[in-house]
Every structure is written in structure tokens, then in C-alpha cells.
Design a protein around this ligand. Structure first.
Ligand code: SF4
Length: 380
């Protein structure tokens, strides 16, 4: 009963459907890259030119227009200074054509659709560790206009949304957050708004959904877009103690929850990506508080999904993360984990079966209690 009452009181204060304008929370941080590299092909694309104009308007001073399409080597000596310099660099590039032949990306969505690769934040468990090659600079893809047009051929294909009852009605889904956090870059690129507007206004051959996940809260530029309910904005959330310790240079959890409430009030379908779940001391209280705070922030009738992902690591991601964050206190002890092997023999270390069962049972119950209208898409 308590969560329903909480939902009602918030709903009354923040009516949906334009009865009163939706106000965005003040963004808690905005990244300014120290250095921007722009390839020749990227500078020729219309979207590349729009990003360039935004970068200049944002006061980014060190913008280098390259004569060709090769980025200079940023490897440095592999030391910390080189890592930090790479994290402070944004490159505007045209991706290889192979990137626009989309890959399936279960369980999140039918297809992976990249706006960028890389992220300026410093999560000590970063999902990109082990999957990025080269220094961790953020590459923004300048071919966005053409790439959006190219999505038509994928509509009606895909296995995730057609194979899951929980996904019924979502149509063909496209995930924009596999290799980046789009909202972390949005003030510099406008790429997420461009994609949302395209999904909302294009004449599609069937139902579609754009999906994005973020640990940021700068949603003001998204609230008035003609999204048509075709973008699901998910917020990556964690117990406050986990976020404080391990999610450097992201927006605080409270800001993300306020942003979640704002986009839900603006009519977007929304979601929680609760990840990476870690059963540290007091985890039930921490995650319980998180779910209570979410329930209090959402307007009544919000279309809400939940994805739950427990912490895991691979030998490659552990090596990269300990290189990036040598003093991390993140638990990555293989001896306390169960080893799982993927389709092609890839090893990953997950929590033991008993721990997983306990976590899963608690989360299923807690979500059903506190967010009774939410759809749990998957647990992993
Ligand atoms: Fe990595 Fe995501 Fe954190 Fe960015 S927000 S550092 S992509 S885990």
C-alpha cells in the first residue's frame, strides 16, 4: 500500500500529458573535453558540422581539424597520464562501414545502434573495459543522419522483442548505449535528441523502439522532443553506497532519479537498469531505499521496465580495470566467484549460485512490492 500512496502523491504534484510543464532537474555535471580531434570525413558530414558548432558554442578551445581520417597515436607510455589524457579527449570520426551492419544485442535489444564509443566517466567496474581497443578516448560518430536512415531495413527483424512476452508491443528495438553513455555527451553532440526525434517522427514500416541507458541527469534538452513514445530512456542505478564508491564523474543517484521522474512526466516510457548489483554490507537496505526513491519519483501510470544485472568480470576486464584504477577496492576475487563459460569458451566470473538465488529472490519480491506495475525484463 505504501508505494501506491507514494506514487499517487507524486503524480498529483507532477501531472503527465502536458497539464503543467515538466521541469528538468539542474544537471549536476557537464563534461568539457580538454582536446577534440576531428577527421576530415567527419567534418564533411552534416551532423559532424552540427557537433562542431556545438563544441565551439560550449567553449571547447582545443579543436584540431585533421587533414585525413587517421587519429594520431594517443597511446603514450601506457601510464596514468596517458590514460587520463585519453579520457579527456573527444574524437569526431566516421566509423567503419562494418559498424553500420548492425549486430544483435540480446538481452537488451534486437540491434545495437551506436551513436558513439567511449565515455568520460570513471566507473571502476566499467563495462567497456576489455571491449575497447586502444586508448579510451570518446569517439562520436559523425554519420548519424545516414545511419538513422539505414535503420529501415532492420524493422520487423530481431529475436529479443519478438521472443519475449515482456517485450510485446515494443516492436523492433535498437540499443544506443552498448559502447557509450549518450547523455554524458548530449550537451556537446545533440545526437540522442536527433535519434529520438527521428524515431518519433519517421514513417516506419512497423513498431520500433530506441533504447538508451545513462548514469547522467542532463535531460532538459529531451523533454519537449516529439518522441512519440518510441524511445525508452533507462537510468542505470545502484545503491547509493555503491555509486559513491565506484561511479566516478557520473551524476549522483538522486539526480538520475529526478531525471527519470522528469522524462517519465514528459511521456517517455522509462526503465531502470539496476547494475551492477553487489551484495555488500547492508545491500537489502541500500537497494530497498533505491526502489523506494524511484517509486516516489515516478508519475502514476508510468510505463516502466526493470533490468537487473549482477556484477561480473572477465580476465580481460579485470586486467584493464586494475590498470585503469590501480587503487580500486572493487571486489574481483576469482576464488569467491563461480566461473561461467560463454558460447565460444569466454570465461566470466559471477557470484556463486546461492548468492545469485538469494539476490534474485529478494529483487523480484522487492520490485513487485515497491513498483507493482513494472515489468522485469531480465535478471542476469
Ligand atoms: Fe563505463 Fe558506463 Fe561508467 Fe561510462 S557510465 S564509465 S560507459 S560504466
Amino acid at each position: 500500500a505504501a508505494p501506491v500512496a507514494a506514487l499517487r502523491s507524486v503524480s498529483d504534484a507532477s501531472p503527465v500529458n502536458g497539464v503543467r510543464p515538466v521541469t528538468a532537474p539542474t544537471p549536476s555535471r557537464r563534461w568539457t573535453p580538454s582536446r577534440v580531434l576531428v577527421t576530415r570525413s567527419a567534418a564533411e558530414r552534416p551532423y559532424g558540422q552540427r557537433v562542431l558548432a556545438r563544441l565551439e558554442a560550449a567553449g571547447v578551445s582545443d579543436i584540431e581539424l585533421l587533414r585525413g581520417d587517421r587519429l594520431p597515436s594517443l597511446r603514450g607510455n601506457g601510464d596514468r597520464a596517458a590514460f587520463m589524457a585519453a579520457k579527456q579527449t573527444l574524437a569526431l570520426v566516421v566509423p567503419p562501414a562494418s559498424l553500420r551492419r548492425l549486430q544483435p544485442i540480446a538481452p537488451s535489444a534486437d540491434w545495437r545502434f551506436d551513436l558513439a564509443q567511449g565515455c568520460p566517466a570513471h566507473c571502476q567496474y566499467c563495462y567497456l573495459a576489455g571491449s575497447l581497443s586502444g586508448p579510451p578516448i570518446t569517439r562520436v560518430y559523425a554519420d548519424l543522419d545516414e545511419a538513422l536512415t539505414g535503420l529501415d531495413g532492420y524493422v520487423g527483424h530481431g529475436t529479443v522483442t519478438s521472443g519475449s512476452a515482456a517485450r510485446a508491443g515494443e516492436g523492433t528495438t535498437f540499443e544506443a548505449s552498448c559502447y557509450t553513455d549518450p547523455l554524458a555527451l548530449e550537451h556537446l553532440t545533440g545526437g540522442l535528441a536527433t535519434a529520438i526525434t527521428h524515431f518519433g517522427t519517421h514513417d516506419w514500416a512497423g513498431p520500433v523502439q530506441l533504447r538508451a541507458t545513462t548514469k547522467f541527469d542532463d535531460v532538459a534538452g529531451l523533454l519537449d522532443l516529439p518522441h512519440g513514445g518510441r524511445t525508452r530512456l533507462r537510468f542505470s542505478l545502484n545503491a547509493a553506497s555503491v555509486a559513491r564508491r565506484f561511479e566516478g564523474a557520473t551524476s549522483p543517484v538522486a539526480g538520475r532519479i529526478a531525471a527519470l521522474g522528469a522524462v517519465a512526466a514528459a511521456g517517455y516510457p522509462v526503465g531502470l537498469t539496476i547494475a551492477p548489483i553487489m551484495p555488500g554490507e547492508g545491500w537489502r537496505e541500500g537497494y530497498g531505499q533505491l526502489l523506494d526513491d524511484v517509486a516516489a519519483a515516478l508519475p502514476r501510470g508510468t510505463d516502466l521496465t526493470v533490468e537487473c544485472i549482477t556484477h561480473r568480470f572477465t580476465p580481460g576486464s579485470k586486467a584493464t580495470l586494475t590498470d585503469w584504477y590501480p587503487r580500486t577496492k572493487l571486489e574481483m576475487d576469482e576464488t569467491t566467484r563461480t566461473t561461467k563459460r560463454g558460447k565460444f569458451g569466454a570465461v566470466k566470473h559471477v557470484y556463486p549460485r546461492d548468492t545469485m538465488a538469494e539476490l534474485r529472490s529478494w529483487f523480484q519480491g522487492a520490485i513487485a512490492d515497491r513498483l507493482p506495475d513494472a515489468r522485469l525484463l531480465y535478471w542476469t
